[in-house]
Design a binder for this molecule. Structure first.
Ligand SMILES: [Zn+2]
Length: 145
């Protein structure tokens, strides 16, 4: 899975997941990708990096806003795969996350996807600066201590 930043002809920005860039192109041509704000199917990719912040010390918090009723556990499984894909496609910058995300945003560092730990304050500060960050709950055995 790949996350793409997209923009419609009116300049609305949104994100969407696709199996591959080929899948994105195919769905786009068929008019299956539409802007959530205005419904326009004239959508294009915009270059951007995905920044992942992992809330330090509170692994359960990021998922607390999401209530999932899923007795079979399929969704959790999908979520784990998603997280694994994100992990595999981003560079771990650890505690330097906030600094590095800022440097990338202000073009002081090469644009790329990074991941790392950030406090709630750092996360909110990045958001306030208009830096696109995503907070995810990483579900693995390391968090079960
Ligand atoms: Zn739009």
């Amino acid at each position: 899975m790949i996350i793409f930043d997209l923009s419609c002809r009116h300049g609305h920005r949104f994100e969407a997941w696709f199996q591959s860039s080929e899948a994105f192109e195919a769905q786009c041509e068929k008019g299956l990708v539409s802007c959530p704000e205005c419904g326009s199917t004239e959508v294009r990719r915009i270059p951007s990096a995905v920044h992942l912040a992992r809330t330090s010390g509170e692994p359960a918090q990021a998922s607390a806003n999401v209530a999932v009723s899923n007795p079979k556990g399929e969704l959790l499984d999908a979520y784990r795969k998603l997280v694994a894909a994100l992990m595999a496609n981003s560079e771990d910058v650890g505690r330097e996350f906030a600094n590095e995300a800022r440097r990338i945003h202000y073009l002081e560092a090469p644009e790329r996807s990074i991941r790392g730990q950030a406090s709630n304050e750092e996360f909110e500060a990045l958001r306030d600066e208009g830096i696109e960050v995503l907070r995810i709950a990483v579900i693995n055995k390391e968090d079960l201590n």
